[in-house]
Write a protein that binds this ligand. Structure first.
Ligand SMILES: Cc1cc2nc3c(=O)[nH]c(=O)nc-3n(C[C@H](O)[C@H](O)[C@H](O)COP(=O)(O)OP(=O)(O)OC[C@H]3O[C@@H](n4cnc5c(N)ncnc54)[C@H](O)[C@@H]3O)c2cc1C
Length: 465
């Protein structure tokens, strides 16, 4: 009986569903698939199902395309072919299992509302024992960090305090062994599979080609970026992270979003090191930023409606429905005449990214000075950021707009000129991206002082009603 079971275990195919975990190291679903002993059928499905409201934007799809290429090469080295599909994963997965004869499926969980629904629908359509799900996207899965009343934290500081203590006491334990076991790939052609090109992830108008100059997607590049940052930059992170003209941050956000590296790997590398006292505040600061990623995903899990509605109900009808398109277009194209805002928006257009400090400045300008709903800004970021992440983007926008959890109060309106004086004193960032904006030509589309005053009055009025 035992030997029959063993034989069954070693011959049945395991379906390994890659979602946004494009790595082989510290990937519990991948390790599980190998441990089953039979052929591994590795798949990626581009979700074109009807229910997806936040379909990945152009920059994100560019990243995904290249990251899949890198993943496919890595899997091929192990003898496994990555197979591509497009359609509704809820329908495709049962049919792939049926056609391939796979008896087991495994994946690493994602926590966005629509991904969770998808999990449920797939689980409902399969045998309970066939499904194996793992947590690796975060340090702590949502729902495992609650306050004393067993409720979600709505404020970052106590949330992170609790998480940080857990990290010190329990540590993290990434599986970072090199894969030695021989893997058998499932290499038969399946009816509905297609090529990577047929997923059509690359934008037809070729905007994305410029992204090649700035980014290298994939697990190897992620590890290299992390190592370089920890070796050369982390010691000054605390003082440099707010200066947009220097490369003082890790640039890991798109790698983390696509799961080419995990926060567990980063935290493990940082906590096992014996840092000199002078570096400690920088290391702690960096960990805290990883904590914000964690926090945003927990918040979205607890409050899924926040992808389109403000966390704070008071702001439900705060912004006018009718949008001033002239203002919105000037903002998107970096033609507002406010140098730091234009610099940020052009950096975004050219590189698919924007420095965090400048993200806050441009978001405050849009939602407060221009009086435009945060969702319009969030959607533009969603389409143009290589690190576009539903949880972090939603939290970031609502935080700045003043309507989210633990948000900057609405009346704290960033003055883009004083921000530039403080964080771009020598105007290096502005000179790089928007030299002709401001003094050299463009007239500001709005008066900063007057629009600030208007925003405050709008806020006071809404508070009274
Ligand atoms: C309006 C707005 C929108 C944003 N949209 C996104 C988004 O779509 N995707 C995204 O990853 N980040 C977003 N952020 C957060 C932040 O700007 C980026 O994570 C950061 O700029 C990425 O650069 P880095 O990797 O060099 O960060 P580092 O400073 O090196 O930080 C390390 C990591 O910590 C995480 N992190 C840092 N700051 C934050 C934060 N405020 N919230 C959540 N996670 C954080 C990221 O994963 C980041 O890679 C947004 C912030 C604002 C104000």
């Amino acid at each position: 009986m035992k030997s029959k079971q063993k034989q069954q275990q070693s011959t049945a195919t395991t379906l390994l569903w890659f979602r946004r975990d494009f790595r082989l190291v510290n990937n519990p679903a991948f390790s599980f698939a190998i441990s089953q002993g039979g052929p591994v059928l590795a798949i990626y499905i581009e979700n074109t199902g009807p229910d997806l409201s936040w379909r990945p934007g152009a920059a994100s799809r560019w990243w995904c395309h290249h990251s899949l290429m890198a993943l496919s090469d890595k899997l091929a080295e192990q003898g496994v072919e990555l197979k591509y599909f497009h359609g509704d994963p809820g329908k495709l997965i049962p049919s792939i299992m049926h056609e391939s004869g796979a008896t087991t499926i495994c994946w690493n969980r994602l926590y966005e509302p629509e991904e969770l629904k998808l999990d449920q629908s797939i689980e409902r359509s399969l045998d309970e024992l066939a499904v194996h799900k793992f947590d690796s996207h975060l340090l702590f899965p949502p729902g495992t960090l609650l306050n004393q009343q067993d409720q979600a934290y709505r404020v970052f500081t106590p949330f992170w305090k609790k998480a940080r203590v857990k990290l010190d006491f329990e540590g993290v334990n990434p599986v970072i062994r090199k894969q030695r076991k021989k893997i058998t790939g499932y290499n038969k052609k399946l009816l509905e599979e297609c090529s990577l090109g047929e997923l059509a992830l690359l934008d037809k108008n070729n905007w994305h080609t410029k992204l090649n100059q700035h980014w290298v997607p994939g697990e190897d590049a992620a590890l290299k970026t992390a190592k370089r940052f920890i070796k050369n930059k982390i010691e000054t992170y605390d003082t440099q992270r707010d200066i947009p003209s220097v490369q003082g941050t890790s640039k890991l956000s798109p790698h983390l979003h696509f799961g080419e590296i995990t926060t567990t790997q980063l935290v493990y590398s940082l906590l096992r090191e014996d840092w000199p006292g002078t570096h400690l505040s920088s290391v702690e600061r960096f960990l805290t930023e990883l904590g914000w990623r964690e926090f945003s995903t927990h918040i979205l899990w607890h409050f899924p409606h926040t992808v389109s509605k403000p966390m704070n109900d008071k702001f439900l009808n705060f912004w006018p429905k009718k949008v001033n398109q002239k203002y919105l277009n000037a903002w998107k194209t970096g033609m507002t005449g406010i140098p730091i805002v234009d610099a940020g928006m052009r950096e975004l257009w050219e590189t698919g990214s924007m420095h965090n400090r400048v993200r806050m400045i441009v978001a405050s300008f849009l939602t407060k000075n221009l009086g435009i709903h945060w969702l319009h800004g969030a959607k533009w970021f969603w389409d143009t950021l290589v690190d576009a992440d539903l949880a972090s983007n939603t939290l970031g926008w609502q935080w700045v707009a003043g309507c989210g959890v633990d948000a900057a109060p609405y009346y704290r309106i960033f003055n883009p000129y004083t921000q530039a004086d403080r964080f771009d004193k020598e105007q290096k960032y502005i000179q790089k991206w928007a030299i002709e904006s401001g003094k050299h030509g463009l007239t500001p589309i709005i008066d900063i002082k007057a629009s600030r005053q208007l925003a405050l009055e709008r806020y006071k009025k809404s508070n009274r009603s």
